[in-house]
Design a protein around this ligand. Structure first.
Ligand code: FPP
Length: 245
C-alpha cells in the first residue's frame, strides 16, 4: 500500500465520478450495470476516506444536466441512490459519518428525497467525517441562487453591499459550513470541471486519472493524495513567501 503523510492530508476531497457508462461498454454490459458498479465504488471510497482520516468528501452523484438523460437511466440512478441510503445508513452511523447534500434535492424522486432527509437527520451529530452528496447539483444554478438571495437580503436590510466579500458569498452557497476542497479528483481521462463547485475550486489542486470510476480503489485514492502532497500550494504567492511562512 502506498505511503502518504498523515500530517499533510487534504481536509476536503471532491470527486467527479466519471466513466460508469464506458466501464459498462468495456464489459459488454448496459449503462445501468456500470452505475451499479459505480455505487459499489462509492462505498469503497467513503470507507477509504474515513480510514485515511479525510474530514470532508464531496461526491458528484447527479448533476442538474443529468436530468436530460434517458428516463430509464434516471430511474436507475434514483433507485441506486435509494438503495445506497437504505443499505448504508447504519454503516454511516457506525462510522460516525454525517451525511449532507448540495443541490436542488426538491427535484429528486419523492421517496429518495424522504430517505435522504431521514439519513441526514439520523447522522447529523456525527463528527468523524462529512459525506456530502452533490445531487441535482449545478454550480451555475448554485451561484444564481446565491445572488438572488443576496439581493433579497439586501432589499430587506439584512445585507449591506459593502459587506459582501469572499466569505459572504461562501455563506450564500450550498456549501456554507464546508471548507473549499483541497483536492479534486476526476476519473475516466476527462479533463473538465463540468459545472462542479466553480466558486469553491478557486485554489483546489486538480488530479485527473484514466481509471474509470467503477474501478477506482483505495490505492487510486492514495495515489491521488500522494500527488497532492508533492504539490506546492501557493495561493497566488511566491514559492519563497510560502516557504518562509
Ligand atoms: C458518470 O458516469 C456518473 C454519473 C452520471 C452518476 C454517478 C453515480 C454513481 C456513481 C452511482 C450512484 C451514486 C450513489 C451516491 C450511490 P457516466 O454515466 O457519465 O459515464 P460515461 O461518461 O462513461 O458514459
Amino acid at each position: 500500500m502506498l505511503k502518504i503523510d498523515k500530517n499533510n492530508l487534504p481536509q476536503h476531497i471532491a470527486i467527479i465520478m466519471d466513466g460508469n457508462g464506458r466501464w459498462a461498454k468495456q464489459h459488454a454490459m448496459g449503462r445501468i450495470r456500470g452505475h451499479k458498479k459505480g455505487a459499489q465504488a462509492v462505498r469503497t471510497a467513503v470507507t477509504a476516506c474515513r480510514e485515511i482520516g479525510i474530514s470532508y468528501l464531496t461526491l458528484f452523484a447527479f448533476s442538474s444536466e443529468n436530468w436530460g438523460r434517458p428516463n430509464e437511466e434516471i430511474n436507475a440512478l434514483m433507485s441506486l441512490l435509494g438503495d445506497y441510503l437504505d443499505k448504508e445508513a447504519s454503516t454511516l452511523q457506525k462510522q460516525e459519518i454525517m451525511l449532507t447534500t448540495i443541490g436542488n434535492i426538491e427535484r429528486l424522486y419523492p421517496p429518495v428525497k424522504e430517505k435522504l432527509l431521514e439519513v441526514k437527520k439520523l447522522t447529523e451529530h456525527n463528527r468523524k467525517m462529512v459525506l456530502n452528496l452533490a445531487l441535482s447539483y449545478g454550480s451555475r444554478d448554485e451561484i444564481i441562487f446565491a445572488i438572488k438571495k443576496m439581493i433579497t437580503d439586501n432589499r430587506s436590510g439584512k445585507l449591506d453591499i459593502d459587506d459582501i466579500d469572499n466569505d459572504t458569498v461562501g455563506r450564500y452557497l450550498y456549501t456554507n459550513n464546508i471548507p473549499d476542497p483541497d483536492l479534486l479528483i476526476r476519473t475516466s481521462d476527462e479533463y473538465r470541471i463540468s459545472n462542479f463547485l466553480l466558486w469553491q475550486l478557486a485554489y483546489t489542486e486538480l488530479y485527473f486519472t484514466d481509471v474509470l470510476w467503477p474501478d477506482f480503489k483505495k490505492d487510486d485514492l492514495l495515489k491521488a493524495i500522494a500527488v497532492y502532497q508533492r504539490r506546492e500550494r501557493r495561493f497566488g504567492l511566491t514559492s519563497e513567501q510560502i516557504q518562509n511562512k
